[in-house]
Design a binder for this molecule. Structure first.
Ligand SMILES: [Zn+2]
Length: 99
């Protein structure tokens, strides 16, 4: 996966798409969350987590909304625990197999 140059952001930092979250998520969740639909708290955009812009060179990972560039998710993995800050996401719709 090649980093992409952020278009329309003031920082100009390279980011990757939300599929980069699949690896760490697989460690905490049994369902593939990259197919889940997240709703941005700032602009209300709903879309798959795979479409988020993920900056991996911060301490941990920072995922931004592709519509308004707001931070929707932060994740830090320490040696014994992980922190997932989702205050920028109002809802997460996780597809599950039918019962
Ligand atoms: Zn947004």
């Amino acid at each position: 996966m090649r980093p992409t140059q952020a278009a329309g952001t003031t920082t100009g930092e390279a980011f990757q798409d939300g599929n980069v979250l699949a690896g760490p998520f697989r460690e905490f969740f049994t369902t593939d969350l990259t197919t889940a639909t997240g709703t941005c708290a700032a602009c209300g955009r709903a879309g798959p987590l795979a479409e988020l812009r993920v900056y991996t060179h911060a301490p941990g990972m920072v995922a931004r909304c592709p519509e308004c560039d707001a931070v929707v998710m932060r994740m830090v993995r320490g040696p014994e625990a992980a922190w997932l800050d989702m205050r920028g996401t109002t809802a997460l719709r996780i597809p599950l197999p039918g019962e």
